[in-house]
Design a protein around this ligand. Sequence first.
Ligand code: SAH
Ligand code: SF4
Ligand code: F3S
Length: 460
Amino acid sequence: MTRPRKLYVKSFGCQMNVYDSHRMADTLAPEGFAETLNAGEADLIILNTCHIREKAAEKVYSELGRVGALKAAAARAGRRLTIAVAGCVAQAEGEEIIRRAPSVDLVVGPQSYHRLPELLARTERKGAVVDTEFPAEDKFDLLKAPSREAIRARGVSAFVTVQEGCDKFCTFCVVPYTRGAEVSRPVMKIIAEVELLAEAGVREITLIGQNVNAYHGQGSDGATWTLGRLLERLADVPGIARLRYTTSHPCDMDASLIAAHRDLPSLMPYLHLPVQTGSDRVLKRMNRRHTRAAYVKTVARLRAAQPRMAFSSDFIVGFPGESEEDFRATLSLVDEVGYASAFSFKYSPRPGTPAADLPSQIPDDVKSERLHRLQAVIDRQQAAFNGQCHGRTFEVLFEKAGRYPGQIVGRSPYLQPVQVMAPRTMIGEIRAVRITEVGPNSLFGDFAGTGLGAGPMLEA
Ligand code: SAH
Ligand code: SF4
Ligand code: F3S
């Protein structure tokens, strides 16, 4: 065993980066790296970055300014601090990162994380290294599995990547370039990973992929399995009480997946189904491959299969050429579907994507004004959804201590945080909770029928 060293990893962007950061830490653990939450004492800092919008990508450079200063301070104290940039900015910008931020020692793309030990050794021998290849070997076979302690430290709800990359090529999006072509992991590998997590106490699994419902992995029987079939199998893993998956494309909501929502009690009735816009004209120019009517129909089929279903979505406002009428179609779609929550973004032109070169880019003040209007409607819907939870009883999976002494916090089936006065020994349990208060960011409740556990409505 080499000298113990400290690793600090910071993730930006989507859940896959969170998952990848864990797998990088797992792969570096046998090399003698222990994770720290304090960047100031780290020997290795990894920034796991996101390229989805300009703001996300620029964040990396301001962060690199800060860690560059830490590196200089470490050098003055006679200590070597290695700085690595991973994730989608690494993939998209490669060497450019080192040109802009010379303190960076390693730039590593998402498909090369299994090579980290070797790449770090190379930076020690010969200075800055860039690896943004799409290697032939399967990184998932080579990344190290987490220890039982690491799984426990990460909590009772875990992500598992089942699919990576995207073949959809929406005209605004960098993901097909940064993550590469769609790849599905084999069923047996996923089952083994879920069993390992369950044995260490994980109760909830969120299957993740940039286009997760396009999953088509090789099954144990040699056949190609859909996501619906995979979920059905994972529902049988002892200890796993809840299943979720994200993010889905509306075109890939097939019959097996809709049936899974009808048939699997452990599959949570909450679906993130990004639509981006309510205008057919804009959907087409975004290359989303479906119409507004097709999306509405998919939502209706899911609701028919599972009446408890609720939805969230992503929206982009100010896509090139979006007229006021197009934008109003988005508002009317939000009204028509009725969301439990949603994310909305101003269109951000990304280098190398087709939409960045379209004429009729929308001025920023128009984008801001539309974003504001859309967010007001979404906020109202979210408040209405949370409001109608008052007095209802939900199963809550308790995840961690609450913000205030005596409180613990868990998630409802709809991912709402639910705060309850209860002992920490209940973390990891699923209990029926009656919602007694609805706050702006959390629900508050007590244990159904007992009158116990009603917490003060404390929100910072
Ligand atoms: N299918 C993907 C989507 C990734 S991007 C997934 O697995 O999550 C997440 C969201 O970012 C998209 O749904 C879209 O709403 C938004 N987004 C992507 N590219 C964007 C851009 N160029 N400008 C603004 N928002 C963008
Ligand atoms: Fe990007 Fe579209 Fe693929 Fe989602 S489906 S990752 S938005 S290209
Ligand atoms: Fe961002 Fe890459 Fe995820 S661009 S959203 S980190 S796939």
